[in-house]
Design a protein around this ligand. Sequence first.
Ligand code: SAM
Length: 276
Amino acid sequence: MSGTLYLVPTPIGNLDDISRRMADILGRVDFIAAEDTRVTVKLLNHLGIKKPMAIYHRHSTEASGRAILCRLQDGESCALVTDAGTPAISDPGEELVAQCAARGIPVCAVPGPCALVTALAVSGQPTGRFTFEGFLAMNKKNRRAHLDALRGEERTMIFYEAPHKLAATLQDLAEVFGPDRPLSLCRELTKLHEEIRRTTLGEAVGYYQENSPKGEFVLVVRGAEPQAEQEASLEDGLAQVDKLRGEGLSLRDAVRQAAKELGLSRNQLYDLAVGR
Ligand code: SAM
């Protein structure tokens, strides 16, 4: 029988966010697959756990993934961890989970630290509907296509960004969504210097022209205001009458139906239609 792949989140800045279940699973599995074993060994030392480790990082997902799958199929259990936060979320893991799912290998996700959820919760932006956009591409064309696709997005949008690219990203976001769009800049979450700056895209651009960004950031951008529904005009009504007449309806029936569909006055539409 196959072993289980456990997705074990690790703290995004505060070691006290290690849960008992995380520590228990890390202590119980046969081996740990880590994004960077030097980072993970520090966590294991903190927990007093000694465990064989394998590397699973974004540049070796294919080869190391195959080795991990073989061991899982041989019945070993594995905990996948990344440097910080939840595996498979803008971090290695997505492909490995898909491959386990395709082979019927059990996968168990342990809930825990995740920068996007922490940022959204504290942002003060609407949380009912949101979209996670991860990192914007480095490539200018792909980056522009990504942002263009979000122009009318009404849900709250969440982006990850590295400090050295923050200023350029804020500039691009302000160009696409406008300088007045509300933004919550969530910096160094769960750490000593945690900071939540509730501002606008335009103000944030100005601020980071004066101050160089330090630390890790999640950007939570308010969605677009919902578009007010356009009221139909009498011209729209006439066009609909013509269409219905073409389908064989009498003038009277076509007017009645078009007026109902478009919320127009039946008498006004009728007078206009007969007067043509
Ligand atoms: N899988 C991780 C998670 O679930 O949180 C995210 C990994 S991704 C490679 C790293 C990005 O997450 C950073 O560039 C930053 O945008 C965000 N991030 C991670 N830790 C953070 C923190 N303490 N404060 C703010 N943002 C953080």
